[in-house]
Design a binder for this molecule. Sequence first.
Ligand code: 9PG
Length: 497
Amino acid sequence: MQTILELEGLSLPTQVESFQPIQGGYILRGNQLVLIHSFGYTKFYRHGFHSWSLSCWLDLDCSLEPPVVKPLYPQFDHPALLADYPFTGSGVGALQGTDGRILLLGALGLDAHVKADHQVLRGSADPAEGVITEWFLAYGEEQTVFARYAELLRERLGTPKSTHPWRVQPPRVWCSWYSVFSNISEELIHHTLAGLQGLPFDVFQLDDGWQMNIGDWEANPKFPSGMLALARSIRGAGYTPGLWLAPLIVQPKSSMVQNHADWLLRDGRGQPVPAGHNWGGLFYALDVTLPAVQNLLSELIQKVVNWGYGYLKLDFLYAAALPGVRHLDLTGEAAFRLGLEVMRKAAGDAYLLVCGAPILASLGLADGLRIGPDVAPYWDNPERSQHLHDHTGPGTLNAIRTCLGRLWLRPLVQIDPDVTFFRTRYNMLLPHEMDLLRNLTQITGFRATSDLPFWLDPGERQALHDFLETSPQVKRLSYYHFQVGSQDVDFEFVKQL
Ligand code: 9PG
């Protein structure tokens, strides 16, 4: 039906199946919504598909070009959002009104996209047959409107049921990735554990580099004593063992692909769906709607939990939500959520940090959610950001920008901005850049680092110690401005794209 919605002094010609006022705005129903606005070339809030995807406010008249490198597209964003890049949103989008307030359109279900131009705000959803998607529409102060949207999402998607003390205060994590990347070994882990003694971390997390292949989740020859023995050593040192896995993707050389090619997510022509390019080649996604794949996921998670890992970083999860033809007739995010539910159940009380993960579809199941791209010990890589138009690549600027755009998720899930740095060794960040990242971490409350203890001088080690011991008061003064303890923090630089 066509109607004119009256909202906080706005009159919005709208095409919708039905609508109903609710505290703070309207609930709209429809799989193809059209709203005519009169804001012209204003600012648009874009919300990317998964952890690494660009999320920030953009000028509708800016000329942000789509990323250049096509084989990496799945790692950047959802294909439907890249097709109309950049004025698209996964689940939610918003426009700034002439008085500075914002008009938010946010789906309350999965597999929904928002799109805008200087005249129209659209919502489109692709739910299961016969289902009509519900949306929240509101006009108001940015923080109020996002808070109300988050509340409605929580009613629909829940929050994790865990009674773990980490529900109150996220764990403090040492992660191996941002110092040695995949060059981890049993020896280095033992050496690092010894060096960390006295630093109040909760979790010691091994990242990528321990496994045989992506898809073959057994220890490689760099871990001759095996993963169970390693977990014992980590626990013996006083930390909860943490482990990285990418359970929903597979490398072509993995025994999983060799033996079970029928488990791969496929396109309409029966070809495996490429899920990205990394580890020296392309990789594929699993069809998580297959009972055999669900068994495999359940067994994998139980196996690593039984080894003794109580904190699992589940990475590259977006792959299972890509468009494709599935055993069950489910759309991408709904299928992914089914897979995550299976892993949640198998994990029991273990903490699940999801990464490279579809955002809305992870809510209520994940304990922690990475909300931005990888940080790096440098500010930006202009070859990638400027010349290849990719703002999802590793770098501190990219990470800060997208994390800032996702702070509204904090009431729903623990939000992980990625690690922060204390070392000056092997680090090109300037002191004020390190400060900005550290302040972002305090704003999210999720504290982690990858610095090797023997890279830190005594002052840096002390700074890390203090950081782990204190949580300063945080006040958001505006979208870009914060007070963190006694420091005024200005993130306005992220506007420059
Ligand atoms: C391990 C890492 C770390 C890191 C994750 C993830 O090719 N890519 O586009 C690409 C994107 C992200 C990425 C790696 C590759 O990082 O975010 O914390 O766990 O995997 O491989």
